[in-house]
Design a protein around this ligand. Structure first.
Ligand code: ZN
Length: 249
C-alpha cells in the first residue's frame, strides 16, 4: 500500500490507467543498477529516482571534470573534483529522499554480484563494460537497458535474452571483434548534451514500461537509432544469432 506522501508524490503517474497504484508499488520494490554517472547516468538516475524506483545503486570511479558539465546535468561547477557516483546520489536524494540509493566509487567489474538487481542500466561509455553487463544480464536473467550517444546521434535497446530465449542479446548484434573500433567516445568524437539527456530519459521510459505498465508491448529486440540533426528515430528489428557464445547454449 502506498502511504500518503507516496500517493501525493507520484500522483501524476499513478492516475495513468495502465500504471495505477499497483505500478507504483512495483517501481518502489524494483532494484536498479546504474553503471556510469555521466551523460547518460545523470538523467537515468535523476528520472529513475524521481519516478520512485525504490532501490538504486550507481557505479562510477571518475571525478567530475569541467569538460563534463555540458551534458552531465546532475554535476555542478562546485562539484569539480568530486566522485561522480557519490555526487549523483546526493543530487538524487534532493529530489526524492524516500528511496534507498547508494554508490560505489569504482568501475563495474565482471566479479560484481548482480543477482539482487531487477534492472540494469548501461550508461558507461566503455565497450568492455557493455559486454560484461550483457553476459551477466543474460546469465542472471535481468533486464538490461543500454544507451549510448556520440556527437548528435544516440542508440537505445532493451535486452531480455535471459528471460526469453527468442530475444537476441547485445553480443548477437554486436559480436566481439579484434578489429580496432571506430572512435565512439565523447572525449575524442564529441557530444551534444541534449542528446545524452534524451537517450537517458528514453532508457527510464522503457524501464517504467517494463516494470510498471499493465498492458504494453516490450521494446526488447528492437534497436532505436536517434539522429539529432534530422530529428529522426529509426527502429531496427533485431534478429537473434543462434550461434552467439553468450545466449545460445
Ligand atoms: Zn546473444
Amino acid at each position: 500500500m502506498l502511504n500518503e506522501d507516496d500517493l501525493n508524490r507520484y500522483s501524476r503517474q499513478v492516475i495513468i490507467p495502465n500504471f495505477d497504484e499497483e505500478g507504483q508499488e512495483k517501481l518502489l520494490k524494483t532494484k536498479c543498477l546504474i553503471v556510469g554517472a555521466g551523460g547518460l547516468g545523470c538523467p537515468v538516475a535523476l528520472y529513475a529516482c524521481a519516478a520512485g524506483f525504490g532501490h538504486i545503486e550507481i557505479y562510477d570511479q571518475d571525478v567530475v571534470e569541467i569538460s563534463n558539465l555540458n551534458r552531465q546535468i546532475a554535476h555542478k561547477n562546485n562539484d569539480v573534483g568530486n566522485n561522480k557516483a557519490e555526487n549523483l546520489v546526493l543530487e538524487c536524494l534532493k529530489i526524492n529522499p524516500n528511496i534507498s540509493i547508494s554508490f560505489k566509487k569504482k568501475n563495474f567489474e565482471e566479479t560484481e554480484d548482480v543477482s539482487n538487481f531487477d534492472l540494469i542500466f548501461d550508461c558507461s561509455d566503455n565497450p568492455e563494460t557493455i559486454y560484461t553487463l550483457n553476459y551477466l544480464s543474460h546469465k542472471y536473467k535481468k533486464i538490461l537497458i543500454s544507451g549510448s550517444a556520440v556527437q548528435m546521434e544516440g542508440q537505445l535497446a532493451i535486452w531480455k535474452s535471459g528471460l526469453n530465449l527468442d530475444y537476441p542479446c547485445y553480443e548477437c548484434i554486436f559480436p566481439k571483434t579484434n578489429e580496432k573500433a571506430p572512435i565512439t567516445n565523447c572525449r575524442e568524437a564529441g557530444i551534444i548534451g541534449p542528446v545524452t539527456g534524451l537517450i537517458g530519459s528514453m532508457q527510464v521510459n522503457e524501464a517504467i514500461k517494463e516494470i510498471a505498465l499493465k498492458d504494453y508491448k516490450s521494446s526488447a529486440g528492437v534497436l532505436f537509432l536517434y539522429d539529432g540533426l534530422t530529428q529522426s528515430l529509426d527502429k531496427i528489428k533485431l534478429v537473434k544469432n543462434y550461434q552467439c557464445p553468450v545466449c545460445s547454449d
